[in-house]
Ligand binder design. Structure first.
Ligand code: UD2
Ligand code: MN
Length: 789
């Protein structure tokens, strides 16, 4: 009994506990529901905001396409002994350029950066040929790291000499030189002139005859000897040549059956270690502003001056003018580059700078960096093409200044042609075998030229570009860029940088010195075999002033049998400016988009819709814009039997996502729960069936709802629709779907009739036009596939 009673009692307790826990559970669930709906509400809100931002950004980008030069740069760590520039508040460079941390394969840690300029390796001695009275580097006041310095570049301090003097260095480091230098070692007090006369190759003898003798100290000669001995590499075993991949990379043979200009010259020659020349016009002052590529100081009271002069070049012109025109910059090459082997008989090059109203000091620094850091036997000439500049100092003053350098020629255009035709003018008179184009505000780094020419030598269809490093527009410091970067484009043909995919690097066991295949080049800096350049039809001369020519030449090179490469062992700094500092004869935006439209029409085939669809549909209306005659360009492409753009995407830029339509497949109406079908030239609704071709439509890049050749267009008067032959240029055939207004994301809203949407109905005509209603399911449509947002 007791037990029963107990059970009855505990049963009541149990029942109470049970009921209480149910109530508790219900409360809990309610609370959970509230928090869940809160979360999802929040998430939804966030998504909406994100979407709105995305579309806003997208439409802004489409309207104002900019060449994105966001370059992953890192500042070379400050060298002791040089002053640090105070940053003005707005001057945070790391905001200007994407700044990344250490990446795979990075060679230099910050600590090591310190020694990049002066101490690249422990065993190699700094070779500083103090010629004439120059003794700057032995100066007690010189920065500490200068004295026991170990630097690979041969640093010549030569008073008032340009190209010619550099040749002495070239001679010393040429393969045939080592014997002669041995001799010098045994008679340390011999004059350089004597050394030269024994070791100069015939080709450059005449130049050397003009140079004046200079004294070398015993120690100097010993150091030179050591240095030269290190640099001499006489490859006797030719088989070794191919063994080192970095030395002679495999040359891609043209694909079978392709008609290509013959390219690969079979050459046999000796090799030498790349020449890391770095001559100076006068002894280098380690305390000079901006020396060693350091950020330069501007005192507070000078700020107004900086502002005043900024617009002359859209960078810190005031500061630039204070920096020596032959300053040293850090040798930012990957470590192994200094050991690269270069063939002795490389082709010579004409370096072409075209410019319009370039700042004096940057133009000079560009020219000096070429004169001082290029082997003279390879530098045929420097051609300065003045694109009808308006500044006085670029006339007689420039003529006078350059007259001291026999290799520099100046060509003046009689009217403004733009950089494309200006480069062509330079190319037309160039005497070198290879053309090397550079912007007129650059600094070529040590050893920049030979690695470029080596690639052309190996295969004249290779178009090598140096790594473009960044000279800060604010403080003029020289910044190195991350490794494994290549030039790419995004729609609408916007240039940008992107890292080589990590799996590609891994799969191909890429070293940081290996050439990097590059879908498009930045445009400004590259070498190309002169004959090959003309065989390719050079640039489209119909391109105006600035912009798009880098796309044109890139597509042309790849599609017509060539290759574009970035050469990590060749590095050139460039001042990236926020704005073009010169005037455009016509509207800038119109000029650039017209150029791009020409490129799209000639090279993109069916993919040109992707270009137009990203903010350029207005260019399709020939009444709005005249892109000029394209007959010659199209003819050229046929004549050269170039590949299709699809081939380019598949083979050169496979990671580019380029679907030919934005969406496709069945078009499902959410209200009717049926699919749109086209039969005997009219539209109806049917039960969805993927196997029926009549139900297949595309939503194209120019925003047409398309079934083969027919497109849907709104009919204003009848609030109806019409089926018309598709015409990319017709705005009335464009419908917004999944675009900016997210409340109407699933709708088809007519682009020319604001606020009107396509609505599905069963009776009569399948569709009619109605005021857009965000909640109306009959106005909501879904394609089977969405290929892009
Ligand atoms: C980039 C390229 C540039 C060119 C350009 C246009 C790099 C580092 N720079 O923009 O070489 O391909 O894209 O697509 O890759 N110039 C003239 N006449 C003109 C306009 C410019 O001679 O009417 C000169 C100008 O002085 C400069 C060069 O052309 O030396 C390139 O112009 P930029 O520096 O304004 O071009 P950038 O570097 O913004
Ligand atoms: Mn430039």
């Amino acid at each position: 009994m007791k037990v029963r009673k107990y059970l009855r009692g505990s049963g009541r307790v149990l029942a109470f506990v049970f009921v209480a826990s149910i109530i508790w559970l219900l409360f809990d669930m309610a609370a959970l529901r509230i928090s869940l709906s809160d979360v999802s509400g929040q998430q939804l809100k966030e998504r909406l905001i994100r979407e709105r931002e995305f579309y806003k950004k997208e439409s802004m980008q489409a309207l104002h396409p900019r060449r994105s030069f966001t370059h992953p740069v890192r500042r070379v760590a400050d060298l002791p002994g040089t002053q640090k520039a105070p940053r003005r508040p707005k001057d945070d460079l790391f905001q200007v350029y994407r700044h990344k941390g250490e990446e795979q394969g990075q060679r230099v840690k910050d600590e090591q950066h310190k020694s990049l300029y002066l101490a690249k390796s422990n065993h190699s001695k700094f070779v500083d040929l103090k010629l004439g009275n120059a003794a700057a580097h032995q100066n007690d006041n010189a920065p500490k790291q200068n004295s026991p310095a170990k630097k690979e570049a041969v640093n010549l301090n030569v008073n008032a000499v340009g190209a010619e003097v550099t040749q002495k260095v070239a001679v010393k480091t040429l393969p045939a030189a080592h014997k002669a230098v041995d001799k010098v070692d045994s008679k340390p007090n011999e004059k350089v002139k004597d050394v030269k006369s024994e070791i100069q190759p015939k080709a450059i003898k005449s130049h050397l005859a003009q140079t004046t003798p200079h004294q070398l100290s015993n120690q100097d000669v010993k150091e030179v000897n050591e240095k030269v001995a290190q640099m001499q590499v006489k490859v006797t075993d030719k088989n070794n040549l191919g063994a080192d991949k970095g030395l002679k990379p495999a040359v891609n043979q043209p694909a079978e059956g392709k008609s290509r200009v013959s390219t690969i010259a079979v050459r046999k020659s000796d090799v030498h270690k790349v020449l890391s020349l770095d001559a100076t016009n006068s002894p280098r002052d380690p305390k000079a502003v901006g020396q060693f590529g350091q950020a330069a100081v501007v005192a507070n009271h000078e700020n107004s001056e900086v502002e005043k002069r900024w617009n002359e070049g859209h960078f810190n012109v005031y500061l630039s003018d204070k920096i020596p025109v032959d300053r040293a910059i850090p040798d930012t090459r990957p470590r192994k580059c200094a050991q690269s082997l270069i063939h002795d008989d490389l082709p010579s090059t004409s370096v072409i700078f075209c410019f319009v109203d370039e700042v004096w000091s940057t133009l000079l620094r560009s020219v000096h960096s070429v004169l001082n850091r290029s082997p003279p036997n390879l530098l045929k000439e420097i051609i300065l093409v003045d694109d009808f500049s308006t500044k006085d100092y670029l006339k007689k003053q420039l003529d006078d200044y350059m007259s001291q350098f026999p290799k520099v020629r100046i060509i003046r255009l009689k009217e403004r042609q733009g950089l494309i035709r200006a480069r062509l003018a330079g190319a037309a008179v160039a005497k070198g075998e290879v053309l090397t184009f550079l912007d007129s505000h650059v600094e070529c780094n040590v050893g920049w030229l030979e690695p470029l020419l080596e690639r052309v030598y190996l295969d004249r269809r290779k178009v090598p570009c140096p790594v473009i490093e960044v000279i800060s527009d604010k403080d003029m410091s020289y910044m190195l860029v991350d490794n494994f970067q290549r030039g790419i484009f995004k729609w609408p043909l916007v240039f940008g940088w992107s890292p080589v995919p990590a799996d590609y690097i891994k799969k191909n066991k890429m070293k940081d010195t290996d050439p990097i295949k590059c879908p498009v080049m930045a445009g400004g800096l590259f070498s190309i075999d002169k004959k090959y350049f003309f065989e390719l039809g050079s640039y489209d001369p119909g391109l105006d002033v600035w912009g798009g020519e880098n796309m044109e030449i890139s597509f042309k090179i790849w599609m017509c049998g060539g290759e574009i490469e970035i050469i990590p062992c060749s590095r050139v700094g460039h001042i990236f400016r926020g704005q073009n500092p010169y005037k455009f004869p016509k509207d800038r935006q119109k000029t650039v988009e017209r150029n791009l439209a020409r490129v799209a029409e000639v090279w993109l085939d069916e993919y040109k819709d992707l270009f137009y669809g990203h903010g350029y549909t207005h260019l399709l209306n020939k009444k709005v814009i005249d892109i000029g005659n394209l007959t010659d360009q199209i003819g050229l492409r046929k004549r050269l039997k170039c590949q299709s753009f699809k081939w380019y995407l598949d083979n050169v830029y496979p990671d580019m996502n380029a679907p030919l339509a934005k969406a496709g497949g069945l078009v499902y109406n959410r209200g009717l729960r049926k699919c749109l079908a086209l039969q005997s030239d009219s539209l109806s609704f049917e039960t969805c069936d993927l196997s029926k071709q009549t139900q297949h439509f595309n939503y194209t890049w120019v925003r047409n709802i398309r079934h083969h050749e027919l497109c849907i267009a709104p009919q204003v008067q009848s609030n109806n629709f019409a089926l018309q032959p598709c015409d990319n240029a017709k705005n009335e055939q464009r419908w917004l779907h999944k675009s900016s207004v997210s409340s109407l994301a699933e709708h088809f809203s007519a682009e020319v009739l604001r606020g009107m949407c396509l609505e599905g109905k069963l009776e009569g005509q399948a569709l009619h036009l109605r005021a857009c209603d965000a909640n109306n399911l009959f106005q909501k449509w879904q394609f089977t596939h969405y290929y892009a947002r």
